[in-house]
Design a protein around this ligand. Structure first.
Ligand SMILES: [Zn+2]
Length: 236
């Protein structure tokens, strides 16, 4: 599972080939776990203890358990829309890392800060703030769709692709509207690819700011996306 090397902990985790081939949801979950563990190492000489992760203090109560079950039931309601989106991504001819990323977006399984708070990995509320706007707490919907910075990026891409704004749509609903708006303009097999490319760029931009301390210039980022769309997907 892992080991110490020169005082540094290294995880040694592999995803089962069967899971990779046959279970997209399980694969997305597995990648999620690996990513969550990447920045975590065991504390030497500490005693293990059990935490109830839905609560910040780690202590179980019925209310949080009820909320957890209610949220899971809500997830089941939207499952059919999500399944269609997962299928669409599954059929798209793209690199597997982009496919897995897409599944995780659809299933809200990216390690955004709200998820890390839920798991007790982030405890300081200042760390929850979105690195794009530095104003609102970061969750998947905010970061990739609702943030004022992400909105500028999307607006610019809408202009480039000659489609109308979709301010109120997020996640799976956004994928549906976005791809519908592009039918007839772009080859069908590339619709999902374009959506994922934009999200992937936003996500990497966010990661570079957090993990590499990079300062990203918005105009450069939009240019990068447009260049990527034109070159990689032959939009011209
Ligand atoms: Zn923001």
């Amino acid at each position: 599972m892992g080991g110490w090397q020169d005082n540094c902990w290294t995880w040694n985790l592999h995803i089962d080939a069967d899971l990779l081939l046959n279970d997209p949801i399980g694969t997305a979950e597995a990648f999620g776990i690996i990513e969550l563990l990447t920045n975590i190492s065991p504390i030497v000489d500490a005693i293990d203890n059990i935490r109830w992760w839905p609560n910040k203090d780690g202590i179980f109560n019925v209310k949080s358990c009820y909320n957890l079950i209610r949220d899971r039931e809500l997830e089941d309601v939207v499952e059919s829309e999500s399944k269609l989106a997962l299928k669409m991504i599954w059929k798209t001819n793209i690199q597997s890392k982009l496919k897995v990323f897409g599944w995780r977006v659809v299933l809200n399984r990216l390690p955004t800060k709200d998820q890390l708070v839920k798991r007790g990995i982030i405890r300081d509320e200042h760390e929850e703030v979105c690195v794009f706007c530095d104003e609102k707490p970061e969750d998947l919907e905010h970061l990739l769709f609702k943030c004022k910075i992400s909105q500028i990026v999307w607006t610019s891409i809408y202009g480039c692709l000659d489609i109308k704004e979709m301010e109120d749509h997020v996640g799976v609903c956004h994928l549906k509207k976005f791809t519908q708006a592009l039918v007839g303009k772009i080859k069908n097999k590339k619709l999902c690819l374009i959506w994922l490319t934009i999200l992937w760029t936003l996500w990497n931009w966010r990661n570079n700011i957090i993990f590499k301390g990079e300062v990203c210039v918005l105009d450069d980022m939009i240019m990068n996306i447009k260049y990527g769309l034109v070159v990689a997907h032959h939009l011209q």
